[in-house]
Write a protein that binds this ligand. Structure first.
Ligand SMILES: *Cc1c(COP(=O)(O)O)cnc(C)c1O
Length: 389
């Protein structure tokens, strides 16, 4: 199909939940993507933080295809080894106890929400089911996770929403103290609010929240769906903040492009869910887990150091551009505040000039593949500079 046909068929046949950019991605390698006309783009999106090793990494393809030829799926009625390997790697590196596997970020958060509610209600009483999340957060698109998402514009059309969520201003420890009561079972937050505009939480606030949770036997949940798996220069962003969550949710970056997510649970709550309480047919699928194994084994300390260095480099180069007012975020998750142009307009123009970038609220968001080279970074920065003039 040529682009015209692709555009028309999409309009006719696909439910229009996305306002897509005018580009049909066809193939890619590393941080380079090619559209159906053969035009090249530098990729600063990694499929929204998913393609951690870039497009079509050779070792990742090897790992995934080897598993694909051996066993593609057996269901969770049987044991399969690839998910055990991923679970072992994640628990060893985090000190968490166990993991539940799903297929997306929303599902990872659903499992966290269910775990928190069973934890609260079975230990303390039926009314202990309230979950506090932050204003301007994003936790997913299912009924419970859009309710958890602390942004009003997600809270229309789909009534009734799920009961029992309360919203706290980010970085307001006093309000959090006021909101926490005897009915609270969990506090959930992103260490850096991604969709909300790449806003780093204050470390004092995160520590205060973790302390309140520990004192009152409330589960502290870190939604690391966007920040996790090396994106910020640590395996998980909570490590930057000196806290130890009871639950860590992850998805996007772990599969390297295959759909997989999950919920890491610490010793307090790792045995809360029991047979029959939760499940999903594809969760921990062997092929997705083989991809995740490859991603995790690549992200060692040297790799993380490299992400940190590349992030620092990208940030400092961006700060040299006169139209750039500020750069937020950590590692290779950056939010760029620009002047003279709307972020959405800059993203469109960048695409025309051969650079894929994202928006997050009023900012330009950059989430390049973690394996991007300095040359590719430079190429992207040059295009971005010209777009801002
Ligand atoms: C993307 C995202 C989600 C939702 O993940 P899906 O895989 O789209 O369901 C949840 N939380 C955060 C922080 C995210 O960035």
């Amino acid at each position: 199909m040529n682009k015209e046909m692709i555009r028309e068929t999409d309009k006719k046949k696909i439910v229009s939940t996305y306002s897509r950019y005018d580009m049909a991605a066809d193939r890619g390698k590393g941080a380079c993507c090619y559209d159906t006309d053969g035009k090249k783009y530098i990729d600063f999106t990694a499929g929204i933080g998913v393609n951690s090793l870039g497009f079509c990494d050779d070792s990742w393809i090897g790992a995934v295809t080897a598993q694909l030829k051996k066993l593609q799926h057996a269901s969770n009625l049987f044991y399969t080894e690839p998910q055990l390997k991923v679970a072992e790697m994640l628990t060893e590196r985090t000190g968490m106890s166990k993991v539940f596997f799903g297929n997306s970020g929303a599902e990872a958060n659903e499992a966290a929400i269910k775990t928190a509610r069973k934890y609260g209600t079975t230990r303390k009483g039926n009314n202990v089911n309230k979950i506090i999340t932050l204003e301007n957060s994003f936790h997913g698109r299912t009924m419970a996770t859009i309710t958890a998402t602390g942004q009003d514009h997600y809270h229309k059309y789909f009534t009734p929403f799920v009961d029992g969520f309360r919203y706290c201003r980010a970085n307001d420890a006093e309000q959090l103290k006021d909101l926490v009561d005897d009915e609270t079972c969990a506090v959930m937050m992103e260490m850096i609010q991604g969709e909300g505009g790449v806003l780093n939480l204050d470390a004092e606030f995160v520590r205060a929240a973790a302390d309140i949770c520990a004192q009152r036997d409330i589960l502290f949940i870190s939604d690391e769906v966007q920040t996790g798996i090396g994106r910020t220069g640590k395996l998980f962003a909570y490590e930057h903040f000196g806290v130890k969550p009871d639950i860590v949710t992850f998805a996007k970056g772990i599969g390297g492009g295959l759909p997989i997510g999950g919920t890491l649970m610490g010793e307090k709550c790792c045995d809360v869910l029991q047979p029959g309480d939760h499940g999903t047919t594809y969760g921990g699928n062997p092929v997705a887990c083989a991809g995740a194994c490859e991603v995790l084994s690549r992200i060692d300390d040297a790799f993380l150091k490299d992400v940190e260095n590349k992030g620092r480099y990208l940030k400092s180069e961006l700060m040299k551009i006169p139209q750039v007012k500020s750069v937020s975020g950590m590692g290779l998750m950056l939010g760029v505040e620009i002047e003279g142009k709307e972020a959405a307009e800059a993203v469109k123009e960048a695409l025309e000039s051969g650079l894929m970038i994202l928006t997050a609220k009023n900012k330009v968001r950059m989430l390049p593949p973690l394996t991007i080279t300095y040359d590719e970074l430079d190429e992207g920065i040059e295009i971005f500079k010209k777009v801002l003039i």
